[in-house]
Write a protein that binds this ligand. Sequence first.
Ligand SMILES: NC(=O)c1ccc[n+]([C@@H]2O[C@H](COP(=O)([O-])OP(=O)(O)OC[C@H]3O[C@@H](n4cnc5c(N)ncnc54)[C@H](OP(=O)(O)O)[C@@H]3O)[C@@H](O)[C@H]2O)c1
Length: 346
Amino acid sequence: MNDARTFEPVVRWGVLGTGLVLEKLGPSLRLARGVDCVAIASRDHARATAAAAAHGIAQAYQGYDQLLDDPAIDVVLNALHNGLHCEWTVRALAAGKHVLCEKPLGRGLVEVEEMYQAAARHDRWLLEGFMYRFHPQWRAVDNLIASGAIGQLQHLRAAYLGRGRERKNPRYRRDTGGGVLLDLGCYCVNVLRRFAGTEPQRVRGHARCDDETGVDLTFAGMLEFPRGLSGHFSTSFESAGLYGLDIIGTDGRLHVPHPWRPPAWPAELCLSRDGTTETVVVDADGKPQDPLLPFVLEIEHLSDCVRRGQPPRYPDGADAQRDAHHNARVLDQLAADAGLKTTTGG
Ligand SMILES: NC(=O)c1ccc[n+]([C@@H]2O[C@H](COP(=O)([O-])OP(=O)(O)OC[C@H]3O[C@@H](n4cnc5c(N)ncnc54)[C@H](OP(=O)(O)O)[C@@H]3O)[C@@H](O)[C@H]2O)c1
């Protein structure tokens, strides 16, 4: 079947899980061009049925296996908690599906390697769901840096702090891949590596953990990149909200107030130099100015990769597989330096 707007073959998606992220992913799947979300699965039948009704999805399955057995599905969106990313991504790939798996792809490099080995074995695409990278604001940031607006990069500073979810959420359990480093720190590490354009030579990590569970609730990290470029980040489940990325150069500073999910359009950047600060409004290239745009572009990109047989790349051209490997490696190094126990041995 072809899409009525684009005349391209429709790519059919199925979703595993009915958690909070579905509030973003459900509407985004409906907005994406050339995409039909045909099924959703939950452990619980009533939850699957309610989610299907809420998001206009035709089929509700009880049990994730049922969805993987559906031959109508081309791409599986794994929106389960982190402890189920590896198992159900590998199973989906083995069932012949391409997979968009929510961040962080695995609980460590060991799982990420297992997932990409499965993708290669079954000749399917796998993409880590770093939707933030699809936001058009990054092109504007890249252009400003390339134009020399802030001189030579010296320091990168990322923050993703907030109050967190209710205590029974899987984010507060070790066996489900909980902890703030994996949940929010994965974004910070990703954006620091993206702007460094290389991998850190050394990392330092400091964690404050829950006394009872040992899960990290606050994490601060330092990444030392070649040529003296340094990256710092802080992230927390237990503090007042703070979001932002500062890119500091020899001649100025670029502040991205909403690196992870801009709440409204147009997105704005702050450029400070010579004692003054100017606001740079991001041109969305004529794209609809919907806050869900990064999710929509991510879904459309993987669908295009499926249609064209091309491997997933982030909009800056980065190879998604290579990026996922390096991100997981750095997260492992930070966890080890902070003395965190992992659930996978990775
Ligand atoms: N890209 C983004 O902006 C973004 C935003 C938020 C979250 N995420 C990612 O999306 C994933 C899901 O996050 P969420 O906030 O939607 O999580 P959540 O609300 O905690 O949902 C957890 C999901 O795991 C499933 N699950 C299976 N076994 C479970 C168990 N024993 N206990 C609890 N849940 C269980 C649940 O599905 P059923 O009960 O329906 O089977 C549910 O869909 C995470 O990997 C997270 O990092 C991404």
